[in-house]
Structures are given as structure tokens and as C-alpha cells.
Design a protein around this ligand. Structure first.
Ligand code: HEC
Length: 316
């Protein structure tokens, strides 16, 4: 009996990934991890498709999707709206009303030493220290205070989600934590290693799926090194073009691994996969050499999107 039978009727593709992950958990952990990640990917894409509160980021790889502020805030938003255990008429949202810049225009005694007006949470990231007497420096402390004062019994995860939510509404414009070239390369190496097992096992379905996902992620990474057409970025054009070329080489080689597997030539697939490994090792320093002129650099990222916005405005 599977733990995931309940998924079958509503989400067949998710069900398929989940039961594969489950079946392989003890015998082939790496493929199980791959299937689990695939399930997560399907689930996150599904959420983005049907939840209109989620704002699709510029890149749609898994890491970008789960770091998108609107995504991170969903869990915290639920805690924010949840009725307090000892007074169901109260919640964070009952005083900080989301449709009224997070205030209710009332004064309350929340145990901070008298009656005070509910403060807005918009832009609150820049308003520390918090409360009328500035007694707290961080949202974590504020949340800890409410948790204790109203005996909310929040778990560590709920507190963290709530803090992430406050940070999001506290500054919706700030970019999220940027990944680095090294972080992306590490993640993809872990991800692609499913081929270490799938190629010898001649598991063509897994090989093709893995190459599809990893290839797409590489293409996204390549796009983060703007070419000549992007005039908002100066310098490093040689480095950027080299980085793009090395990413193209990787994607091409992966594609050839897939083609060899599809043709049933697993000796060739093994050889090409080893070549891919060598290419990644050679490409990493080239990507790093161009990193400062890429969208991995927040300043470049900002200028790039400012230029795009200007172009869009001209088009209107
Ligand atoms: C009964 C109404 C009420 C409830 C419920 C409430 N707040 Fe507040 N909140 C206030 C008031 C009033 C202040 C200002 C207190 C002061 O200045 O001493 C405040 C201040 C804050 C601040 C500091 C803002 C600043 O700029 O100083 C944050 C952050 C905050 N609340 C978050 C929350 C969260 C998170 C919850 C739910 C766990 C919550 N509040 C529940 C009324 C409320």
C-alpha cells in the first residue's frame, strides 16, 4: 500500500513521481531523490499555474520558483491569518488588515505598556527598532513577543514562516537572495548524478527526464550572462561570451547523451556523460570569471531589468 494513493485521482503525474520515489527509496536512493525532486517540481509548477497570488519570476527553474517572495510568503500568510488559540476572533490579520495597508486605525493594549495605534507592516523592514519604545530590533523578536504574550504556541517553522511573511510585506521590492555560480553548479551536479545509476541501468525514461530538466536549468544559467545586445551592461564581454559558449557546449553534450540512450547505445552514452563531467569542470572557472558581469551580480541584475522596463515603456 502506497502512502501516496490519495494523489492518484487528482494529480496523476505527481502520483507517478511519488510512487516511483517511494518504491526506490531503499534500493536506489539517488533515483528516488530524483523522482522526489521531480514530484516537487511538478507540484510547484502546479501551484504557480493555479494560484494567482504567485508571481512568476523571470526564471522558472525550481530554485527561482521556491525563492520567489510571493511563494515564500504563502506559508507565513496562513499563520498570519490563523485565529489565536485562546480568542478565535483575533489573529495578526484582525489588527493588521491586509486590504488596509495592514492597519485597523484603532488603538490596542497589546501588553507593551498602554494603548497604541496599530502600526503598518508595509515597509516595516526599514522601521526597526520596533514598537513605540523601539524595544525589539528584529521581526523574530516581535514574533517571539506575540507568541508569548498571546500564548500562541507557534512551532519553530511557523515562527520562521511568519518572519518571512513580515519581511515580504515589509519590502516587496527588494530582490531575493541571489544564487551564485557555485551554488547553481553544485545543485546541478547533485541533480545530474542520477545518471550515474540510470545509464548503467539503461533506464531510458529517467535518463531523458533528467537531461530534460538539467538541460533547461543550464539554458537558464546561460541566459544570465547577457550577450552584446544587452547594452545596460558594460565590460566583460569576452568573459560573458565564453561563459555562454561553454554552457552551450554542456547542453549540446547532454543532448547527445540523451540521443545515444534513445538509440540504445549505452556505451556511447557513458562516454558522452563522462565528457559532460569534464566539460562542467572546465566551464565552472569560466562562468565564475564572468560572474561579476552576469545577472548573478545584483547590481547588474538591477540595471538589466531597469533597461528592460524602459524598453517596455517605450513600446507603449
Ligand atoms: C490586538 C491587535 C494586534 C494584534 C492581534 C497584532 N498586532 Fe502587531 N501591533 C499592534 C499594535 C498596537 C502595535 C504597536 C505596539 C507598540 O507600538 O507598542 C503592533 C506592532 C507590530 C509590529 C511592529 C511594527 C513597528 O513598526 O514597530 C509588528 C512587526 C507586528 N505588530 C506584527 C504582528 C504580528 C506578526 C502579529 C501576529 C502574531 C500581530 N502583530 C498581532 C496590534 C496588533
Amino acid at each position: 500500500m502506497s502512502n501516496f494513493a490519495f494523489l492518484k485521482s487528482e494529480w496523476p503525474p505527481l502520483h507517478e513521481a511519488a510512487i516511483k520515489a517511494e518504491a526506490l527509496a531503499c534500493t536506489d536512493a539517488r533515483t528516488a531523490c530524483f523522482q522526489a525532486r521531480r514530484g516537487l517540481e511538478l507540484l510547484v509548477h502546479w501551484l504557480y499555474k493555479y494560484d494567482e497570488k504567485l508571481r512568476l519570476p523571470y526564471q522558472d527553474n525550481l530554485s527561482a520558483l521556491i525563492h520567489e517572495p510571493t511563494f515564500k510568503q504563502i506559508a507565513g500568510e496562513a499563520v498570519f491569518n490563523k485565529p489565536f488559540p485562546h480568542d478565535a476572533a483575533m489573529s495578526c490579520a484582525s489588527c493588521h488588515q491586509a486590504d488596509a495597508v495592514f492597519v485597523d486605525h484603532k488603538v490596542h493594549d497589546i501588553g507593551t505598556g498602554g494603548f497604541f495605534e496599530t502600526k503598518t507592516l508595509v515597509n516595516a523592514n526599514f522601521n526597526a527598532p520596533y514598537f513605540h519604545d523601539g524595544r525589539f530590533d528584529t521581526f523574530d523578536e516581535v514574533v517571539g513577543y506575540f507568541d508569548k504574550h498571546y500564548d500562541l504556541g507557534l512551532s519553530g517553522a511557523e515562527r520562521a514562516d511568519l518572519v518571512a511573511y513580515l519581511e515580504t510585506i515589509g519590502d516587496a521590492d527588494e530582490p531575493t537572495t541571489r544564487n551564485s555560480v557555485q551554488a547553481e553548479v553544485d545543485e546541478l551536479s547533485a541533480f545530474v548524478s542520477v545518471l550515474d545509476v540510470a545509464i548503467p541501468a539503461r533506464d531510458t525514461a529517467v535518463i531523458l527526464q533528467a537531461i530534460d530538466s538539467v538541460g533547461a536549468e543550464w539554458r537558464e544559467i546561460g541566459e544570465r550572462f547577457p550577450d552584446r545586445r544587452d547594452t545596460s551592461i558594460e565590460g566583460g564581454i569576452g568573459e560573458r561570451l565564453k561563459a555562454r559558449a561553454s554552457v552551450r557546449g554542456l547542453v549540446l553534450t547532454l543532448r547527445q547523451v540523451a540521443m545515444a540512450a534513445e538509440a540504445g547505445d549505452f556505451t556511447q552514452a557513458t562516454r558522452l556523460y563522462a565528457e559532460y563531467g569534464t566539460l562542467v569542470t572546465a566551464a565552472t572557472p569560466q562562468l565564475k570569471a564572468a560572474e561579476q558581469w552576469s545577472l548573478f551580480n545584483p547590481e547588474v541584475h538591477r540595471r538589466h531589468f531597469a533597461a528592460l522596463a524602459k524598453l517596455a515603456a517605450l513600446g507603449k
